[in-house]
Design a binder for this molecule. Structure first.
Ligand code: PLP
Length: 443
């Protein structure tokens, strides 16, 4: 490393909390553009992480950069509640047009966790009920309220477990379906059983404010539930006057090939939390509900200093424009399908690959130990490192880190997919050679 800050990188543990400094792979970069990161080491890296599903329009899209400059020339800070400005109002109107049903009233904040806090508080305030139900494996953020409903990893909750007002039910698990049975029916039956047991033994439905879940289990391993399972949750909520919250922090803004997963799965929640891809990298998020529901929450019951920042709102409007002009939802569907098919072919040559799970451009590549068929998080770490050496950056998910998480910008081309996956395959071969795993080699 030659740059003036390379010594800071080497000693970053002295300046940054370990939880900031030591996530994996933590590539030092000097610049980003489109689907590429430019490393401090002078190398170019294909980015298949989108900064964890944020840079959906690609890094530093020229229209986004211009939009930041234009907005900064006018107004850099609100706060809403003291002054009012055009971008926040226009954004609320535009987002309402792409969201289903009457989800068109917004509380803007800065991060995914804040949007979840807002959703939980709104549900409890509006119903005057204390309890939430969430699903095992879901991740909703790290602030205490969001953490109370997050169970993707117990290490996040250690010593601070705040879930005394939450009940947890198992997420849909099609892998557990006995052979010969229909996985969707199996998951629905299991779900009904779990709710029945919960309501019989632990909490009455009249005390439950909300059911919260990710419509696709993200940190939990990119698990895609059957549509009917989500519909059944909607029915159970309706039956008992419980509000349904979808955490679309990661599934939103075209990631699944529709604007939101709620449209992919045709189930509309009462409240949604959205963030990440909303403003192409600027911090912005929102809790969304109908005007009727939001109006149960009087002024002062929730608030923010920075939420709905004027520059971030302007950039979110430009993000929507780009997504429409460049037909990024279609690209997510077409290129996502293309990548999935390629990966399924690749699986035939590599016994370590388990399931390939995908919807749009969110793709999970599960790694199982070829002998034991158990999840292999250590293998994923190695393969990610080898892939990085080849010049492509992936992320990981799954309770044991056993799933390679592939979330390229929605602008990604088939050629970039070919390039990234051929680099991944080289990394797999390197791993198999080192650990003497028999691959059906064709490289
Ligand atoms: N919900 C989901 C589904 C997420 O993936 C994340 C972050 O990865 C969050 C909530 C929390 O968002 P943030 O890190 O912006 O607080």
């Amino acid at each position: 490393m030659s740059n003036s800050w390379s010594s800071l990188v080497e000693n970053m543990g002295d300046y940054l909390a370990p939880s900031m400094a030591k996530d994996h792979p933590n590539l030092p970069v000097v610049k980003a553009e489109g689907c590429y990161y430019y490393g401090l080491d002078g190398k170019t890296y294909l980015d298949f992480t989108s900064g964890i599903a944020v840079a959906n329009t690609g890094h530093r899209h020229p229209k986004i950069v211009q939009s930041i400059k234009d907005a900064a020339d006018q107004l850099m800070h609100g706060p809403s509640g003291v002054i009012m400005y055009e971008s926040i109002l226009k954004l609320a109107k535009s987002l309402g047009e792409i969201l289903p049903g009457d989800l068109n009233c917004f509380f803007f904040a800065n991060s995914g966790a804040e949007a979840i806090e807002g959703a939980l508080k709104l549900a409890k305030y509006a119903t005057k009920r204390p309890y939430a139900i969430s699903f095992t494996g879901c991740f909703h953020g790290r602030s205490l309220g969001a953490l109370s409903v997050s169970t993707s990893k117990s290490k996040y909750r250690k010593y601070v477990n705040p879930s005394h007002l939450t009940y947890h039910l198992p997420y849909a698990n099609m892998q557990a379906c006995p052979e010969g049975k229909d996985p969707e029916t199996f998951c629905i039956n299991e779900l009904e059983k779990h709710f029945e047991e919960l309501f019989k033994h632990q909490v009455t439905p009249e005390e439950v404010a909300c059911v919260i879940l990710e419509p696709v289990l993200v940190e939990g391993g990119y698990i895609i539930p059957p549509k009917g399972w989500l519909k059944k949750i909607r029915d159970i909520c309706d039956q008992h006057g419980i509000l349904l919250i979808f955490d679309e922090v990661q599934t939103g803004f075209g990631r699944t090939g529709e604007w939101f997963a709620t449209q992919t799965f045709e189930v509309t929640p009462d409240i949604m939390a959205i963030a990440k891809g909303i403003a192409s990298g600027l911090p912005l998020s929102a809790t969304v509900a109908s005007k009727e529901l939001m109006s149960k929450w009087p002024a002062g019951s929730h608030g923010t200093t920075f939420g709905g920042n004027p520059i971030a709102c302007s950039v979110a409007l430009t993000t929507l424009e780009i997504m429409k002009e460049e037909r990024l939802l279609d690209n997510a569907k077409v290129v996502g399908q293309y990548a999935t098919e390629k990966l399924k072919k690749m699986k035939k040559n590599h016994p370590i690959i388990g399931e390939i799970r995908s919807v749009g451009l969110m793709i999970g590549i599960e790694m199982l130990n070829p002998k034991t068929k158990k999840p292999d998080g250590n293998a994923v770490m190695k393969i990610l490192d080898y892939a990085l050496e080849q010049g492509v950056l992936f992320y990981l998910c799954g309770n044991e880190g056993e799933v390679i998480r592939m979330i390229p910008p929605l602008t990604v081309t088939k050629e970039q997919i070919d390039d990234g996956l051929s680099k991944l395959e080289k990394a797999l071969h390197q791993f198999e050679k080192e650990f003497k795993i028999e691959a059906v080699s064709n490289i």
